[in-house]
Design a protein around this ligand. Structure first.
Ligand code: NAD
Ligand code: AKB
Length: 316
């Protein structure tokens, strides 16, 4: 039976992943953790929670020992826009924090899942239908830590036999928790503002294509890859996965099918736009399909129906 520690569990992915995994493996077998005990009550009420700063290797080791953990899902990180504002801290958390997790996993014989990102690619990567194995020369500190993390995880697998796995997530869209400071966050904010104000000023420019995915598919990807037959995995860190690719005009057009008066304007943020320009337009996720059966359920159309429905309930 798995005993799972989730680091950074109070963020955009963690708040949903924790509850999903508690349903799958039992509440007591999924230990949520974070820097502070501040977040939705359902996380603290439904199962164990520990304070874990991944920069504190002893705290990671103690939480794993206390709960007899055999799987760590490392979600603690700084995302692209926030990372660009504090590259030193981003390097420390995203690289040294991951190193602490891998060392504890090596000592305990635990498995590790760490998400990478489309940010692991850069301007010299083929932008359309970006292959699984290709040039990775990112120009952001976030991207540097994502490539570095992929390599470190592969190293721990090959050198020490640690069962490391990961996916390169595109921008994730969800309604439960707000995103934590990324470049793709506009694609979440646009739904909130469409419902609240019927207008939105996008910080990403017209024509900027990026891969995206609805959160239920992201949760499914983590679970399915974690449980995939290791003998079928040619790749490990990290698999291209995607569900859709669009620019602001395309998502606005989809929203207008439900809110016809919705207005999209632009207030482009030069830092975020430069990051977006360095990322692929669309990923080729055929290796994930072949090696562990990856298949997303949501399209832009079905995600938009669900997002507007769930968000209007939430916003009242
Ligand atoms: P998030 O910013 O919403 O959550 C990250 C959490 O980590 C936060 O709760 C934060 O408090 C915590 N944290 C920061 N420093 C920490 C530390 N030193 N110790 C412990 N916790 C710490 O991020 P997310 O969107 O949930 O992303 C999780 C992972 O998925 C990250 O590795 C991210 O790069 C990756 N990812 C996310 C997306 C996305 O669109 N959300 C896309 C690609 C990859
Ligand atoms: C970000 O924009 O930083 C994230 C990501 C794609 O990694 N959403």
């Amino acid at each position: 039976m798995r005993k799972i520690l989730i680091t950074g569990s109070l963020g955009q992915i963690g708040t949903e992943l924790t509850m999903y995994l508690r349903e799958q493996y039992g509440n007591d077998n999924v230990i949520a953790s974070g820097l502070r005990k501040e977040g939705p009550d359902y996380i603290f009420e439904s199962g164990p929670f520990e304070i874990v700063d991944i920069l504190n290797a002893q705290q990671v080791a103690d939480a794993c020992e206390k709960h007899n953990v055999n799987t760590v899902i490392n979600l603690a990180a700084l995302l692209s826009a926030v990372a660009e504002g504090n590259p030193q801290l981003a390097y420390n958390i995203n690289m040294n924090g991951l190193f602490n997790i891998l060392e504890v996993a090596r000592e305990r014989g635990a498995a590790v899942f760490t998400p990478s990102s489309i940010a692991a690619f850069g301007p010299s990567t083929p932008a359309d239908n970006t292959p699984q194995d290709t040039i990775q020369r990112p120009t952001t500190i976030y991207g540097v830590t994502k490539v570095g993390g992929e390599l470190l995880c592969d190293y721990y697998y090959k050198r020490f036999g640690v069962d490391t796995r990961g996916v390169r997530f595109p921008g994730l869209i969800s309604y439960k928790a707000l995103p934590g400071g990324g470049t793709t966050d506009y694609a979440v904010h646009i739904y909130y503002e469409a419902l609240k104000q019927k207008k939105y000023a996008s910080f990403i420019d017209k024509g900027t294509q990026m891969d995206m995915m609805y959160m239920p598919d992201a949760i499914k990807a983590i679970h399915d890859l974690m449980e995939a037959d290791p003998s079928k995995l040619v790749h490990r860190n990290a698999f291209n996965v995607t569900a859709m690719s669009f620019d602001p005009e395309k998502i606005a057009a989809e929203i207008r099918k439900h809110i016809p008066e919705f207005e999209l304007t632009y207030d482009v943020d030069p830092v975020k736009q430069a990051i977006a320009n360095s990322w692929p337009n669309s990923l080729d996720d055929s290796c994930a399909k072949e090696e562990w059966g990856w298949k997303p359920d949501y399209t832009l159309e079905t995600m938009t129906i669900d997002m507007l429905d769930k968000l209007s309930e939430k916003l009242g």
